[in-house]
Design a binder for this molecule. Structure first.
Ligand SMILES: Cc1ncc(COP(=O)(O)O)c(C=O)c1O
Length: 445
């Protein structure tokens, strides 16, 4: 038995299945930049960046050095009781980077999920109001608060109720809701009417603490809300003294070509959550917000034993340094433009490629049935499996959307190689040469 298979077999005896979303039988042993090596020594180009949590690439030397040096000094002393120099430095750095007018403060967490719980906690405490408004298609995490705020997979709430009370969902203005005859303005107005409906019928605005949104949804399919729509929601929030909070866990840290995705809209949030690539994938998250909101709770309302520990803080400082020194924001935009060209050319050639969205090096590519133009999970699954066989890692979202989020340090040669392989796979699909894997029904979200 190959090493990959043997290890997976062994692990399956003890690992509970809800903690792994199945795609490929892969055991990752090593990483370097945008390259991965599996337990059998096979090399892959990574177009997933560990779910956008390694924007600076795998084992970036600057990050590795910072972690190694810090590990020799101090790995952990709980920030819940005492400060450490490196997290103190990081808190200044990160609050300055936040797109919020100062004074700004932050609180540490261990995951994107708890940072979104923190948004709920601080927003409720500051406003004295109970309701939180979130969007369909959102993924905010796996803790009770953040999964209640999410709306992208039935398996995330099935068997788990009662969920956190006081969370109301409104429809996200995704492109599939737009009628063919509608102009963008008509679409925005219609979606904004749908947004306001709860407020006009059963949800008193003066009892709503915050609106939490991914300005560009990640796991929902890499979808950008129309700017005009977000402006209207923002104005509505301000008019009713509702806090405007953004989830930057997936789309922050340079992913879209700016530090934060909300900067694509020119809006200033009251609160934001950050995680994933913040410490190049070490478990560190933060909720960042206007200082007066961040002072609305009293300790120990939001402490975690390991959150903001010296090791993760050292990784985060090094990550920020790499993004700046290597100008990864510019790189994300530049490579994103060539990726857009590649996928648009593929769209013109292959009738199973539907909508193509790209915001920085960050895209969602819809795979559709050529005849009906409806989402085709079957074709998308065949494509990602053949791509995997040929040494490129890319997964699907919502069944039929190709998720394209390579590390921002990917070289142009690696990207070109990935495009050559993708084009080969698309042409094999067009020639009806691709087969579904046997376990297709168990795969994905
Ligand atoms: C937008 C967004 N928010 C929150 C989370 C949850 O982060 P974590 O898995 O670190 O808890 C994710 C994870 O995919 C995410 O994409």
């Amino acid at each position: 038995m190959a090493k990959n298979d043997e290890l997976l077999h062994q692990e399956a005896r003890s690992l509970a299945s809800p903690s792994r979303i199945k795609y490929f039988d892969l055991v990752i042993a090593q990483g370097n930049g945008a390259l991965l090596t599996d337990a059998d020594g096979k090399e892959y180009i990574d177009l997933l960046a560990s779910a956008s949590s390694t924007n600076t690439g795998h084992c970036h030397p600057t990050v590795v050095q910072a972690i190694t040096q810090q590990a020799q000094k101090l790995i952990q002393y709980t920030p819940a009781y005492f400060a450490n120099p490196i997290a103190a430095k990081l808190s200044t750095r990160l609050t300055k980077l936040a797109p919020i007018t100062r004074p700004v403060k932050l609180a540490w967490g261990n995951s994107g999920s708890d940072a979104n719980d923190a948004i709920i906690k601080f927003a409720r405490a500051y406003t004295g109001r109970q309701y939180i408004v979130t969007f369909t298609g959102a993924y905010h995490g796996s803790t009770y608060g953040s999964l209640t705020a999410s709306g992208v997979s039935l398996n995330m709430t099935r068997k788990l109720g009662p969920l956190l009370p006081g969370i109301i969902k409104v429809p996200y203005p995704d492109p599939w809701q737009k009628a063919p005859h509608e102009t963008t303005e008509q679409f925005v107005n219609r979606m904004f009417e749908a947004f306001k409906l709860p407020f006009e019928t059963y949800l008193p605005p003066d009892e709503v603490a915050c609106i939490l949104i991914e300005p560009i949804q990640g796991d929902g399919g890499i979808i950008k809300a129309p700017t005009k729509y977000l402006q209207k929601v923002y104005e509505f929030a301000h008019e009713h003294k509702i806090l405007f909070a953004v989830d930057e866990v997936n789309q922050g840290m340079g992913r879209t070509g700016k530090w934060w995705s909300i900067q694509q809209f020119g809006l200033e949030p009251d609160l934001m959550s950050v995680g994933k690539s913040l410490a190049s994938g070490l478990p560190l998250s933060a909720v960042i917000g206007r200082a007066e909101i961040m002072e609305a709770l009293k300790a120990p309302a939001h402490v975690f034993t390991t959150a903001g520990n010296p090791l993760t803080a050292a990784a985060a400082l090094a990550t920020i340094e790499v993004i700046e020194k290597e100008d990864l924001l510019h790189r994300s935009r530049k490579l994103g433009r060539s990726a857009l060209t590649f996928f648009q050319q593929a769209q013109a050639k292959y009738d199973f490629i539907g909508d193509v969205r790209m915001y920085g090096l960050n895209g969602g590519i819809d795979i559709v049935d050529p005849k009906t133009k409806k989402p085709s999970t079957e074709i998308a699954t065949k494509i990602i499996h053949r791509t995997f066989e040929l040494g490129v890692i890319m997964i699907s979202l919502r069944g039929n959307i190709l998720r394209f989020q390579p590390p921002l340090v990917i070289t142009t040669a690696q990207l070109d190689r990935a495009f050559t392989i993708l084009d080969q796979v698309f042409s094999e699909e067009a020639a009806q040469k691709l087969r579904l894997p046997k376990n297709a029904s168990e795969l994905g979200w």
